[in-house]
Structure formats: C-alpha cells, structure tokens
Design a protein around this ligand. Structure first.
Ligand code: URA
Length: 222
C-alpha cells in the first residue's frame, strides 16, 4: 500500500488519545487498544501496531524511534539487528535485557518503497506523528513506572526532550524526565542502528559509547 504523507492526509488532527482505553488501563488492555489505533495515517501502510514489550515491572525503559521492517512483521519491538545489538549492549552495561521494557516513540513502521518496488525503506516519523503517538508512550510510562528511561537516537530524544534535542550534545547525561513528578530520570544515547551503520573503523568506539551511556542509566538504578 502506498504510504500517505502528512500533506496527503490533509489538515485533520493526528491524535491517538481517542483510541486509548479508560485511564489506568493495564498494559495488556493498552496493547489491545493500540492494535486498532488510527490516530495518524501511519497505520495504513504498516502491517500492525508494534506496542512495547518486555518486563512490565522494569526499572529501566528503553525507547526507540519506531518499529523497523522486521518488527513490523513480527509485531514486537527490537527483534531485528538493532535489537540484537541493543540487547548485547544492555548486558555489557550491567543489566539483564530481560529485565528491561522496550518500546518506541511511534508504534507503526513508516517507510517508503523506492521505485515502487517491494523493498521497504525506513523513514523517520515527523514531529506531528510523534505527538499523535505520545499518549501510548505516556500510558506505558505510567504503567511500567520505570526509574530510568533511556532514549535511543535523535527521534526518541526529541519525543521526550523536545524538538531542540541534539543527541551528540546531550547524550550520556542523567536528567529528570520532563513532566515526571515521581523522580523518574532519563539518559539519552545514540540509536543502536547508528553503531551498525558506522564505518568499520568507528564501530567499536560507537558501541563502547552506547554501552557507556547505558551504564550511566544502570548506575543510576543503584
Ligand atoms: N529501531 C527502533 O527504533 N525500534 C525498533 O523497534 C526497531 C528498530
């Protein structure tokens, strides 16, 4: 199916809020409701909603950008190469990846098909799509109530820290999660796919940087 762009979708408001179940619904109910979310046009091209997954009582929540091609097919976040690298980095930082909760700022895969072919190439979500999807992330934050949130990459960082966020400038620093009144803290880092994309000569340093940032989060858990 051809992906509609923001412009093609017209001036209507994008918002997932009407699709959320009543306040304080548990994660299972949220996941079921998210499956039917039409809060922005991204549902039209994607195979399914990819809701968060992992330890629902995790002290550490990892937030990526959006599901990729493999996640879109599987219906689970971070099951592809970036996810495998992230699991290794998490473990190297000192926390069992099974004890984390993984989610994304946007719950549908956004892509283009160059030349109209079969291949689906990831496209970053717009600010408008991120804002529309935000109620799901807020509901996950309320339900999981992590002590520390790690944003992975520029898009996830912008989703939680605002549009002026710059990952190179602001990564690796423990700070309050904006809007949280319960002491939840946040550390921003690079996206694991940036490690995969790095030149051979830079990859080890990029990986070590990711682990170092994750270690800031793990250390904050005490
Ligand atoms: N990249 C992301 O940001 N999220 C996923 O779930 C997979 C790849």
């Amino acid at each position: 199916m051809q992906q509609r762009t923001d412009e093609a979708a017209g001036p209507g408001r994008y918002d997932a809020a009407p699709y959320l179940p009543r306040l304080n619904a548990g994660l299972a109910a949220l996941r079921r409701a998210a499956a039917d979310c039409h809060g922005c046009p991204l549902f039209e091209g994607a195979s399914q909603t990819v809701f968060g997954a992992g330890d629902t009582r995790a002290r550490l929540m990892l937030v990526g950008e959006e599901p990729g091609d493999q996640e879109d097919r599987a219906g689970e976040p971070f099951v592809g190469p970036a996810g495998r690298l992230l699991a290794r980095a998490t473990e190297d930082a000192g926390i069992d990846p099974d004890h984390t909760y993984l989610t994304n700022a946007v719950k549908h895969f956004k892509f283009t098909r160059p030349g109209g072919g079969k291949r689906r190439i990831h496209k970053s979500p717009t600010l408008r799509e991120m804002s529309a999807c935000r109620p799901w992330l807020d509901a996950e934050l309320r339900q999981v109530a992590p002590e520390v949130v790690v944003t992975l990459g520029a898009t996830a960082g912008r989703a939680l820290l605002g549009s002026s966020f710059r990952v190179t400038r602001e990564r690796g620093v423990l700070r309050p999660l904006p809007g949280a009144d319960d002491g939840t803290r946040l550390v921003a880092t690079i996206h694991p796919s940036a490690v995969l994309r790095a030149d051979d000569s830079d990859r080890a340093a990029a990986y070590d940087g990711l682990v170092a940032d994750l270690r800031v989060a793990v250390t904050a858990l005490g």
